[in-house]
Design a protein around this ligand. Sequence first.
Ligand code: ZN
Length: 214
Amino acid sequence: MAMIPARAALTVLREGNRRFVGKLGLDSESGLEVGAAGARRRELPAGQEPFAIVLGCSDARVPAEIVFDQGLGDLFVIRVAGNIVAPSQIGSVEFAAAAFGTRLVVVLGHSNCGAVHATLEQLARPSREQSRNLRSIVDRIRPAVEGLLERTLPGDRQALERQAVRANIRMSANHLRHGSELLEQLIQNDGLLVVGAEYSLETGVVDFFDGVPP
Ligand SMILES: [Zn+2]
């Protein structure tokens, strides 16, 4: 499978945006938008009130808006390889929780995560070739998965990868719960909830498995 060149990719995006604008449904005579999508979009320039914050992986197969069937303005989404929590991710969550009053935060990882896989590889066969920037991602995932290597039967690679994905999600959720004074206060006093969830690439199902109140 050959990857399309950059210019062709740009054309695909331009055409896609043209279709998107077309779907907003401008009435040809009045120039006004008709239909629900248009009405919704017209409200949006005034501000946003996303009802959930999602910290997800950059993986192209896990777009939060699509897997949760949400539209424009519904979700405040932060995406980074391996759904890691570094200061800029905490800052983004703090911003949305404070500015919009959003009270649900979802850390959304997924099966067969390349960043988690790369971390396990790096632990098994350390290489110095990794760029410093890529290493900064692996280093954030490493503490979640290190202990698993000793506890998992050697050879059961699939089980190890599955557990590593969940451990990484749990760690990110915990980091958001305890890595920020502002978020900690919102959790204690204002009903902010941080949950961890895993999206299955195989079935499309999201399993909310961490921090969900009974
Ligand atoms: Zn991933």
